[in-house]
Ligand binder design. Structure first.
Ligand SMILES: N[C@@H](CCC(=O)N[C@@H](CS)C(=O)NCC(=O)O)C(=O)O
Length: 210
């Protein structure tokens, strides 16, 4: 398997975090990584468009020659095929709840946070748009409130007692937010504590800028 990726971009990062979490659990994730340099526009070149017509990263190339072009689908594929302990609970209810938390984080926070970063200070050099950035920042606030409340029962990770898919998604996008040198977390202490403790864990700390 080959993973086409780029360091620090949020969707590739959530897959990178997922792999690091599985490895920390003792699993062997046998993947060759190939960097596609988005700063040089390599993701818009024919070679990458042949893998993914949307030109985005990450992309997982399977031994069969198939390409998986959505980060969550890549994670779910690895969850299914890599032997050993996974990040999703095995019981149907636990699995549904964990997936629900991850989907909520993506739909209510990550999508707009990614757009916010590009309006505020795009690593890809997209034009700044302070008005839209302010609108997006506002739209994300209920999502952050929701996560802060979720952590109110003392759980160390977003879906419970162990790292899960939602932690990978949120941590990857909060790192992306830090490119802008702005902080949208406000006075949500539980969210701040989770953010700090998640990224300072040995399993993943080397993958973060700070
Ligand atoms: N829904 C896709 C989104 C992928 C995506 O937007 N990737 C970004 C990097 S985080 C990208 O490749 N952006 C370059 C572009 O759109 O030109 C996923 O979850 O993998």
């Amino acid at each position: 398997m080959k993973l086409y990726t780029v360091p620090l971009a949020p969707n590739p990062m959530r897959v990178t975090l997922y792999i690091a979490e599985r490895e920390a659990l003792g699993c062997t994730v046998d993947i060759e990584r190939v960097i596609v340099n988005t700063l040089k526009g390599r993701h818009r070149e024919e070679a990458h468009l042949a893998r993914n017509p949307w030109g985005t990263l990450p992309v997982l190339e399977l031994e069969s020659g198939a390409f998986i072009t959505e980060s969550l689908s890549i994670i779910e594929y690895l969850e299914a095929i890599v032997a050993g302990p996974g990040l999703l609970p095995e019981d149907p209810e636990g699995m549904a709840v964990a997936r629900n938390i991850e989907r909520t984080v993506e739909m209510r926070i990550a999508l707009d946070l990614g757009r916010y970063v590009h309006c505020q200070k795009s690593p890809l050099g997209l034009p700044q748009d302070p008005v839209r950035a302010a609108e997006l920042a506002e739209r994300i606030q209920p999502g952050f409130d929701w996560v802060n409340k979720l952590l109110g029962d003392g759980r160390p990770f977003l879906s419970g007692q162990a790292p899960g898919l939602a932690d990978c998604t949120l941590a990857a996008f909060l790192q992306f937010m830090r490119f802008t040198e702005t902080d949208l977390l406000g006075s949500r202490e539980l969210l701040r504590r989770w953010d700090k403790s998640y990224r300072h864990r040995e399993a993943v700390s080397d993958l973060f800028m700070v």
